[in-house]
Design a protein around this ligand. Structure first.
Ligand SMILES: Nc1ncnc2c1ncn2[C@@H]1O[C@H](COP(=O)(O)OP(=O)(O)OP(=O)(O)O)[C@@H](O)[C@H]1O
Ligand SMILES: [Mg+2]
Length: 500
């Protein structure tokens, strides 16, 4: 299991628990991003509006300058603004609210009487403008404060008096206060919008983050409520097929697996107590009967012998259970080595020859050649021993047992076939369960643990076991393992049962 990364202690000290909640972090991240976007939009909007207003103002100023020049004439005394009718007079009055006409030397010839526009008639400024206009051949623009309607933007140009070969400096100003008001109003409105948007978004993100995370709360509550008795508890999914639904799915799956394991352990304990009780009761009964009724040494001896048989059965059971539980919990390490399984099988079959002969059963081993597998020798020996001992146990005298190894290059198969009394189809699915024995009117002694052990060892070797059986005709157990690369020659394929 991976440990969660330890939390930075400084972070824990500085951030109160509320700030560290997922809800707060989700909501504040979203809100932060939204604010950045709104600020960028606000700044961009201000810049665009300012640029549009400036362009429009310059355009208007150029038009006003052109209009003023239209009324401007020169005679020997200098510049004259002449009007033909009342409309012209009104227009000239408007245009000359903020203006100046001066000689290029800086000597002012005409300017407003209002002292507020003195900045327009500043000779030094006029000379500087003249110099710049001559240099750039462009009009100049500048800002002055002017009267209470200011600030004013001023455009200046040079107008030639061709007749007298003189140049006059002509400048007109226009109040930009309305433009600045537009900008100010935009800024103020935008700030109000920003404040409202921030408040509404905070509420919305806080609410939706809380809503999204509420399911986590269910998971948390469910996890808190899980005990050994209500394992397998499942939280209903919301059908959104999102991350939280997947989390709930994994949680339910984990809970289901835990329940299955717990049920298995519980069942195992019940089976074990049940199996232990029978011989213990028998021993107790035999000893009590001997104690109260035995009249001589022979009777005592017989009782002790019977009890000893049961003690032996008990200790076999405990040994088998220990091995099985070690194997199932992965405590029996699988130390794989490359082995010729045909040779191993032949060795073990040889060891079973004496009991087979005693039971008048023909036991043969036939493999076409070496079959190499990476397996744990001791554990595979247990598999073969169990299969052979079952075959011997469940095959009546006069029958036969055949075993062989075969491979198709990728998979190696160990086959143990007998002509015994077989297993009815209704019992086949259960014979690998612990303590499962096919009910038999004349049962052989057995614990019902052998095949559970076999199947757990086979699983640990990434193999699988299959059984085919016909009652009255016999059984065939096939264990498949991944095969190791086989030596190139001789070719190793023995895929059919030997004929004898
Ligand atoms: N070759 C076989 N022929 C017929 N029945 C078999 C054969 N192998 C297993 N069985 C049936 O499957 C059951 C389970 O087998 P398993 O080896 O697990 O237990 P067991 O042989 O009864 O006891 P033990 O724990 O001593 O091996 C047996 O009781 C038997 O009924
Ligand atoms: Mg057995």
């Amino acid at each position: 299991m991976t440990e969660p990364a330890p939390e930075n202690p400084l972070r824990r000290l500085l951030l109160p628990p509320f700030v560290r909640t997922l809800r707060f972090r989700l909501a504040s991240t979203f809100l932060g991003l939204l604010l950045i976007i709104l600020l960028v939009v606000g700044l961009g909007g201000t810049a665009i509006i300012r640029s549009v207003l400036e362009t429009r103002s310059e355009f208007t100023l150029r038009e006003e300058l052109a209009a003023l020049k239209g009324y401007l004439h020169f005679d020997k005394d200098g510049p004259i603004l002449s009007a033909e009718d009342d409309d012209d007079r009104v227009e000239i009055k408007r245009l000359t609210h903020a203006y100046v006409i001066a000689e290029a030397s800086g000597r002012v010839r005409r300017s407003p009487e209002d002292k507020a526009f003195d900045a327009l008639a500043d000779s030094n400024q006029i000379r500087a403008d003249v110099e710049q206009i001559r240099l750039t051949k462009e009009n100049t623009f500048r800002l002055i404060q002017g009267d209470e309607d200011g600030p004013y933007q001023v455009i200046a140009t040079l107008e030639p008096d061709a007749e007298r070969r003189r140049e006059y400096y002509v400048a007109v100003g226009r109040s930009v206060a309305p433009d600045l008001d537009v900008l100010k109003k935009f800024r103020r409105d935008y700030l109000v919008f920003l404040a409202i948007a921030t408040i509404l978004s905070s509420l919305a993100t806080w609410y939706s983050a809380g809503r999204a995370l509420r399911t986590l709360h269910f998971v948390e509550q469910a996890a808190k409520g899980i005990t050994g008795t209500n394992l397998g508890l499942s939280i209903p999914q919301r059908g959104a097929n999102d991350e939280l639904d997947r989390l709930i799915g994994s949680f339910n799956e984990m809970s289901r697996r835990l329940k299955a394991s717990f049920d298995q352990i519980r069942q195992f304990s019940t089976d074990v107590s049940h199996e232990l009780r029978t011989p213990l009761t028998a021993i107790q009964g035999q000893l009590e009967v001997a104690l109260f009724t035995a009249r001589n040494m022979d009777q005592l001896r017989e009782a002790i012998e019977n009890a000893l048989q049961d003690v032996e059965r008990l200790s076999n059971l405990v040994r088998a259970l220990l091995l099985l539980s070690q194997s199932e919990s992965g405590q029996l390490p699988v130390i794989k080595t490359r082995l010729d399984m045909s040779e191993l099988l032949a060795d073990l079959v040889e060891q079973f020859q004496i009991p087979a002969d005693a039971g008048q059963i023909s036991l043969t081993q036939h493999s076409a050649g070496p079959v190499y597998c990476g397996v744990d020798r001791t554990q595979i020996e247990r598999v073969i021993n169990n299969l052979l001992s079952n075959a011997l146990k469940y095959t009546p005298a006069g029958g036969w047992i055949r075993t062989w190894m075969e491979t198709d290059g990728n998979t190696a198969r160990l086959v143990v076939q007998d002509s015994g009394h077989g297993i009815p189809a209704s019992h086949l699915p259960y014979i690998f369960d612990r303590f499962y024995r096919v009910p038999d009117p004349n049962p052989e002694k057995g614990l019902g643990l052998g095949l559970s052990f076999v199947s757990s060892i086979v699983r640990a070797h990434e193999g699988h076991i299959e059984v085919e059986s016909t009652p009255g005709a016999g059984s065939k157990f096939t264990v498949s393992f991944p095969a190791e690369p086989q030596p190139a020659a001789p070719p190793l394929v023995g895929s059919s049962a030997p004929s004898s």
